[in-house]
Ligand binder design. Sequence first.
Ligand SMILES: Cc1cc2nc3c(=O)[nH]c(=O)nc-3n(C[C@H](O)[C@H](O)[C@H](O)COP(=O)(O)OP(=O)(O)OC[C@H]3O[C@@H](n4cnc5c(N)ncnc54)[C@H](O)[C@@H]3O)c2cc1C
Length: 303
Amino acid sequence: MVRSFFLFLSRLKWLRRWMETASRAQRLSTRFVAGETLDQALAVSRRLHAEGITVTLDHLGESVSTLEEAAEARDIYLRTLDAIHTDGIQGNVSLKLTQFGLDLSYEQCLANVDQLVRRAAELGSFVRVDMESSGYTDGTLELVYTLHARHGAVGVVIQSYLYRSQADIDKLCAAKIRVRLCKGAYLEPAAVAFPRKSDVDRSYLELTRYLLQNGVYPALATHDEAIIRQTCRFVTERQIPRDSFEFQMLYGIRRDVQRRLVAEGYRVRLYVPFGKAWYPYYMRRLAERPANVLFILRNLFRR
Ligand SMILES: Cc1cc2nc3c(=O)[nH]c(=O)nc-3n(C[C@H](O)[C@H](O)[C@H](O)COP(=O)(O)OP(=O)(O)OC[C@H]3O[C@@H](n4cnc5c(N)ncnc54)[C@H](O)[C@@H]3O)c2cc1C
């Protein structure tokens, strides 16, 4: 119920406009967002690097309404890849195809992401294509297969709440495409996704085990301590090398778990978002853990 409410709010355009421009509301974004500028994101990345944590930088934005905006997003990402390289930061980038124009023109979106993946391949870096709501799954996978065949240097995200995910993972593993596994952050109908959280969690664990044995450098993106513990046990039992996969978490969430994993010799990468268009991302984080709302309200009304 609460999750659905916040996911509903995440799509309200008027609330988004207000939240992203009102200074009192903007202050909230620092809970999950590294800052508005690339420089701020790089500063956070350097600090994390010193703690033994790698990053994937995400310039916030989704569902652009013109191809000019999509081209701007591409250019910001090109600058981000270059800056990561120049700074010597252990990092790559994550992007959403709707920010690169997927709703407007598949061909143009493909051309935009092609430029980025080509640059990533030249720099020895990597582009991760996030997965959005289920209406985009087929288009996202098609684009990733195409660009992987051209350049390598690109991977995708699979959501354990979708019934189709095992079949998608089979094909991605056969094509040697890197997969990030997450539970899934959007509101989906029972026709395509498990409605019960226990089923999503069970699916996550099964897919994790499959990827660890069959995938190419899988990324296990979760903060779920029970799943992380069972994964570490599985890896130890099967003698799977700790440098053959990585855990991924979101900036600002469960720093205790991040640090513990690094101390135990596991690879940890943080998803570090930056930019002004933070509202939908932010609301999805609230939907995941309604207790965050108390924190938000305290900050909103603090003098
Ligand atoms: C690196 C990364 C990339 C992602 N990329 C995508 C993507 O491309 N597409 C997509 O649909 N989803 C993506 N997600 C989001 C994901 O689908 C989940 O919505 C999110 O990670 C919460 O699920 P969980 O696995 O942490 O487990 P949950 O069962 O939701 O949470 C387990 C525990 O983690 C902590 N926790 C989880 N979320 C929060 C929060 N917001 N605030 C505070 N504590 C929290 C709590 O302690 C909670 O008890 C990504 C997540 C990560 C970590």
